[in-house]
Design a binder for this molecule. Structure first.
Ligand SMILES: Nc1ncnc2c1ncn2[C@@H]1O[C@H](COP(=O)(O)OP(=O)(O)OP(=O)(O)O)[C@@H](O)[C@H]1O
Length: 119
């Protein structure tokens, strides 16, 4: 069963779901961003945002949590291959965090565009 095309896809999905669970269970930054995502979802219902606004808000939430997950991956790999302090490791971690910064700033701008007119 696991050797069929769909079996392999199902197995990959199971690993991905496990990875998402691990991020939620162990990564504080992902937990914080998930809490913000839940608050924004409640706000979406409260302010009855439009379908287009839901689409953009959902994309923004997915973009921030995904980039945060990839930032965690970069940090874990960096710590694994070089646990000691090193200038290049610092640079790698800083630019990985910079990627999250771009996503987060975009999400804040999207949130302002959606909600400020409704206040
Ligand atoms: N091994 C290292 N060598 C050089 N600089 C480091 C090293 N580890 C961390 N740093 C610096 O400290 C910053 C924070 O790194 P850290 O791994 O603690 O990330 P964090 O954002 O605090 O992650 P976490 O999600 O675990 O809280 C990095 O962006 C980098 O500037």
């Amino acid at each position: 069963m696991w050797n069929t095309y769909f079996g392999k896809r199902l197995k990959a999905f199971k690993f991905a779901a496990k990875g998402a669970f691990l991020l939620l269970r162990y990564e504080t930054s992902v937990q914080v961003q998930t809490a913000i995502a839940i608050i924004m979802t409640v706000a979406g219902f409260y302010f009855s945002i439009s379908s287009t606004e839901w689409l953009i808000q959902t994309l923004a939430i997915g973009m921030v949590i995904s980039t945060e997950g990839l930032n965690t991956v970069a940090e874990k790999i960096a710590d694994f291959i070089h646990p000691d302090f090193h200038k290049k490791i610092g640079f790698i971690k800083d630019i990985a965090a910079g990627a999250v910064f771009f996503a987060a700033v975009s999400a804040v701008i999207i949130g302002c565009i959606i909600y400020i007119p409704k206040l």
